[in-house]
Design a protein around this ligand. Sequence first.
Ligand SMILES: [Fe+2]
Ligand SMILES: [Fe+2]
Length: 184
Amino acid sequence: MTIIDTIKDEHVRLMSRLALLKREIDIWTRNGEPDYELLYLLAQYFMKFPDEIHHKKEDRIYEALIGAGVLETEYLSRLKTEHEHMAAQAAQFAEHFDDLLAHHASPKWAMIDKVKKFIAMQELHMADEESQFLPLAQKELSKKRLSEINEAVQNELITDAARASFRLLAGIDAEIDNHVAKKN
Ligand SMILES: [Fe+2]
Ligand SMILES: [Fe+2]
């Protein structure tokens, strides 16, 4: 399994978390009562996973492509900017949820609007990566280069801070799964 396969698997996982988020936001939009706790957990998830784990891999591939002499197109630099943008959006989203749960005052429509934009951006971004970025990496980078990148990422993720972050994320993931299991 190459780092490209890992990224694709992570996209599948991210899409399923986005689907959960979409479902709760749809309920909320129709004036139903969403599962606030699940929304909170999803906010935590989106604040951590893409930025701390997923984008780390993609950013290294991006750098390797440029290093291999692939032209830095507008499209490629946009992907990187979107990573930063999505991390900021997710942090905002989580902050709003802290407020929402603490004060029970809901800036409802502004929040729904933000989350919908976040979902749309994530979906477009991933579709772009699947159709352009990952095929380009597959074509331009050798198996050896891809496994070197994988190793570099793994080394980056074995620090104490990264381990603590993994544990936290595993806890969030398990709680999300529990919520979903209770509903079904
Ligand atoms: Fe990305
Ligand atoms: Fe991605």
